[in-house]
Write a protein that binds this ligand. Structure first.
Ligand code: XIL
Length: 332
């Protein structure tokens, strides 16, 4: 995949876990197949800020070191999110002024540490609910950093701090379930258009694409990618996985599901490649041996990734490879 992606001029990435980098099969597949990686958890608040007064960069640094050794780009994830925050922060009952200082300091410190090594950051993750309204969070309104009830104003502040911290990094808004045309993707579009008009620094939108229905409105995804890139921002597919139903023994419920899964992977890669502003396709892990789907679905779904548990290619790997090989200018 990596060679085909290089030739197509697109980034093909995966989320990675530093603890697995010492496993030979994991590391070998990773450096062979991908030209981009993103720490699945290693740059989140709960890892970096286990304690209020210190920063632990070592897990993130391991990812950066591996990537550097293999000529792989690193995407950073994530600076502002309602979830995956340490207890001291989530339950800290800080004032808005204190939270504002904490966030500003976090963004500045983390981004400066990785400046020149992390080329793009998810500055804000999942700020909207399914209706496209602002989600409650410590950063927005519980109690927030000072802009409670003021819509996207707190995101704007985070993006401005991020640009200040590392002017070279690409700044992304990353979101789930806003990939097809719906109320949430409309709200993302409106926000990005507003930010671009007013000069708020934003360079891209990350579409997560955790697909759990073996079903995708491809035309809607294509139209959404087209309208976002028309605003002058890049689109990255950031967390693609396509889970299938499993029985209580952890086996496939229907043997056709891996074929259907492969078709969905094909459609997503093709949708990205057909718009030049869609510049990266990243899966959320790459082997079924390590995937968040098992725990998040309590075992009812799984086998969501292109390589199986033994690092062997599945039908999805073949369709991704075919589309990357066909590249951006294939006849449609
Ligand atoms: C998930 C990780 O995969 C898990 O390891 C962790 O326990 C929880 O977070 N949207 C995101 C990702 O933006 O950060 C989440 O990652 C999956 C959903």
């Amino acid at each position: 995949m990596r060679k085909a992606a290089d030739r197509a001029g697109v980034l093909v990435g995966t989320a990675v876990r530093p603890a697995q980098l010492s496993e030979v099969a994991y590391a070998t597949s990773l450096s062979r197949e991908f030209n981009m990686v993103e720490p699945e958890d290693a740059m989140k608040w709960w890892v970096v800020r286990r304690n209020q007064d210190t920063f632990d960069f070592s897990p993130g640094d391991e990812v950066v070191r591996f990537a550097h050794a293999h000529g792989i780009k690193v995407r950073g994830h994530c600076l502002v999110w309602a979830r995956d925050n340490p207890e001291w922060l989530a339950q800290g009952h800080f004032t808005p002024a204190k939270l504002s200082r904490l966030l500003h300091n976090h963004i500045a410190h983390l981004m400066k540490h990785y400046a020149g090594q992390v080329f793009a950051w998810d500055v804000v993750n999942e700020a909207l609910d399914e209706n496209g309204d602002m989600r409650d969070s410590i950063w927005y309104n519980r109690p927030g950093i000072g802009f409670a009830g003021k819509g996207t104003r707190y995101l704007e502040q985070a993006f401005r701090w991020a640009r200040e911290a590392d002017p070279q990094a690409l700044l992304f808004y990353n979101e789930a379930e806003g990939e097809e045309l719906n109320r949430k993707s409309d709200a993302i579009y409106d926000m990005v258009r507003d930010f671009k008009r007013r000069g708020v620094p934003i360079d891209g939108v990350g579409l997560q694409l955790h697909i759990s229905k073996l079903d995708l409105d491809v035309a809607g995804l294509e139209a959404n990618i087209a309208r976002l890139t028309a605003l002058g921002v890049q689109v990255h597919i950031t967390e693609l996985d396509v889970s299938v139903p499993l029985n209580p023994e952890g086996e496939l419920v229907s043997k056709d599901d891996l074929t259907r899964q492969a078709q969905i992977y094909r459609s997503v890669v093709r949708a990205c490649l057909q718009t030049s502003g869609c510049t990266a396709i990243q899966t959320w892990g790459f082997t079924d041996k390590y995937s968040w789907i098992g725990s998040s679905s309590h075992g009812s779904r799984g086998m969501a990734l292109p390589l199986d548990r033994a690092y062997q290619p599945k039908p999805a790997y073949e369709t991704i490879l075919e589309e990357l090989t066909a590249g951006r200018n294939r006849k449609r």
